[in-house]
Design a protein around this ligand. Structure first.
Ligand code: GLC
Ligand code: CA
Length: 557
């Protein structure tokens, strides 16, 4: 089979707003990314996924696009973007951009026309979005068409007085959903996609890709996710884009589709698939929920980490894609808590050790890794004390929900500190200088106060830092061609240990990690005679793993 460049790639997700500020306005920007390309290259990364850089009122930090053809002023200019492409390509690095196709901002010119019957282009653009006249209640009052709940909490319907209708928004009310059944709309999006391809980008991460189709019968239900997620027709839309645009230009396409089944996943990202190359699935992300929590329910309810479920999820995707497609490896992205705080242990005693353990356990597996910014230095969740420290649009609707459910302010705040998306969005600390060297000015969202000890500069200066562990690990990944191996999973019943074996052409590998803060005896399912510990996070080599210890054993043939 033809090998694709992205099978050997190591991806890194840049959350633009929080990565590096170059001009002292407190907001990360494109020149900031350029200034850190060499850092990323030295980490072992060769492909960047850059979060939305388009012109936007920033209700959802750029996922609400106002103008697809413009770069957001605070992020730079189109010339800066071209300079980023050139600087990356000069270094044999690739740039993927976020492609937001499910919705626009309510300030997009299309929506401005759609919502206003007096607008000269109203007729054309009204049907670019999804409208409903509403229902009439028994009391004769106009009410929302359905009780569907948005991903950010609250109704998916917003009333628009000038047309006396409701529009659908499955995310914030400033993000009206596009009508994919309208072919003029689709053609406009295709032209936009072509425009960015012609500019020289190397691929897209397709945002919210399984939501493009809706159930136009609008049956009532609550939350009703099944009526706006993974409906069969969205596959047709994606295939159309792939056949016309993605495949002819040999782009790397990463799709985001939360609850994909095995069949669906292969349909998205199998080798013969005509949609994506890589799939972002969520099955390992929230496996520490607490279903009994009624105050802060859903993803907000933190229970205990269930290692068995994490292992099952990772194993599942390895097996689904084995020889049939290509796997994606990631611990978290900009929508999730920080991995060391989530599945590791972010206390002073165990933060570094558990961050290394998590890295080792994931990045020896087959597929293409996506490292999230700051993961490589073990950034933690936020320590914000006030609601006003948070920025995410989702936080504020959900906070109100928690209080309505009877949660105290403190309980609600703790849920936000544990689970909110702002955990991943605090600025990248580059040094122990003021504002972590991220900016010369107060950043748009507060730094986490631990930046004097958790920063890139310190990690670079220390030989056994998390950063150098990532570098070593990625080097081994490359030299042993780990992306192409087929692991056998051990310790499947253990709730403390994760282990697997790889028997490749030139080597045998055994990886084991302890996910707990207790020592653990281990009994490998193979004879480790002749193996050497090639990488570990502890000097120990005895028959018992120390808390959060992880080892990679290797035997050359
Ligand atoms: C995706 C993005 C998320 C965004 C949403 C709406 O889930 O990852 O950050 O809020 O889509 O665009
Ligand atoms: Ca800036």
């Amino acid at each position: 089979m033809k090998k694709h460049w992205w099978q050997d790639a190591v991806l890194y997700q840049v959350y633009l707003r929080s990565f590096k500020d170059s001009n002292g306005d407190g907001i990360g920007d494109i020149p900031g990314i350029i200034s850190k390309l060499d850092y990323l290259k030295s980490l072992g990364v060769n492909t960047l996924w850059v979060s939305p850089h388009y012109d936007s009122p920033m209700d959802d930090n750029g996922y609400d696009v106002r103008d697809f053809y413009k770069v957001a002023k605070e992020y730079g200019t189109l010339e800066d973007f071209k300079a980023l492409l050139k600087a990356a390509h000069d270094r044999n690095m690739y740039i993927l951009i976020d492609l937001v196709l499910n919705h626009t901002s309510d300030e997009h010119a299309w929506f401005e026309a759609a919502k206003d019957p007096d607008h000269p282009d109203h007729k054309k653009y009204h049907d670019y979005y999804i409208w409903h006249p509403g229902k009439i209640s028994e009391a004769g009052l106009k009410e929302k068409p359905t009780q569907w709940i948005s991903w950010f909490g609250g109704s998916v319907w917003e009333y628009n007085a000038p047309t006396d209708e409701y529009y659908l928004h499955i995310f914030s009310k400033k993000m009206p959903d596009l009508n994919w059944r309208n072919s003029a709309m689709k053609n406009d999006l295709k032209a936009m996609i072509k425009w960015w391809i012609d500019l020289g980008i190397d691929g897209f991460r397709v945002d919210a890709s399984n939501h493009l189709e809706k159930n136009w019968e609008f049956p009532d239900a609550s939350p009703g996710y099944e009526h706006f997620s993974s409906l069969p027709k969205h596959h047709e839309y994606l295939q159309e884009l792939a056949e016309e645009l993605f495949i002819p230009h040999e782009l790397l396409i990463i799709g985001e589709a939360g609850g994909a089944s095995k069949e669906e996943a292969l349909d998205y990202a199998g080798f013969d698939s005509k949609k994506f190359n890589l799939l972002i699935h969520f099955s390992h992300v929230w496996v520490d929920g607490d279903d009994s929590n009624r105050l802060t329910p859903g993803k907000w309810a933190k229970g205990t980490v269930q290692l068995k479920k994490i292992k099952e999820a990772l194993k599942h995707w390895v097996e689904v894609f084995h020889e049939k497609g290509w796997n994606t490896l990631y611990w978290h992205n900009h929508d999730h808590p920080r991995i060391v705080s989530h599945y590791g242990n972010d206390t002073d005693t165990y933060r570094e050790k558990s961050a290394k353990m998590l890295a080792l356990m994931l990045y020896v597996l087959p597929g293409t890794p996506i490292i999230y910014q700051g993961e490589e230095i073990g950034m933690t969740n936020v320590d914000y004390q006030n609601l006003s420290d948070f920025r995410d649009v989702e936080v504020f609707t959900e906070y109100d929900n928690f209080i309505r459910n009877g949660a105290t302010h403190e309980v609600a705040m703790q849920a936000l500190r544990d689970r909110s998306r702002d955990n991943a969005r605090s600025p990248m600390p580059w040094s122990d200088e003021a504002h972590g060297g991220f900016s010369e000015q107060e950043p748009w969202i507060p730094m986490v106060k631990n930046y004097p000890t958790i920063n890139v500069k310190k990690n670079r200066a220390e030989k056994d830092s998390i950063l150098s562990f990532y570098q070593d690990l990625l080097m081994i990944r490359k030299s042993e061609e780990l992306a192409y191996q087929n692991p056998r999973f051990d310790e499947q019943e253990s709730t403390a240990l994760f282990a697997y074996q790889i028997h490749g052409k030139h080597h045998d590998i055994y990886v084991i990690g302890n996910f707990t803060n207790q020592p653990q005896v281990f009994h490998p399912d193979l004879d480790l005679k002749g193996y050497q510990i090639k990488l570990s996070n502890d000097a120990n080599s005895g028959p018992q793993l120390t808390p959060y210890e992880a080892r990679l054993y290797l035997k050359k043939r």
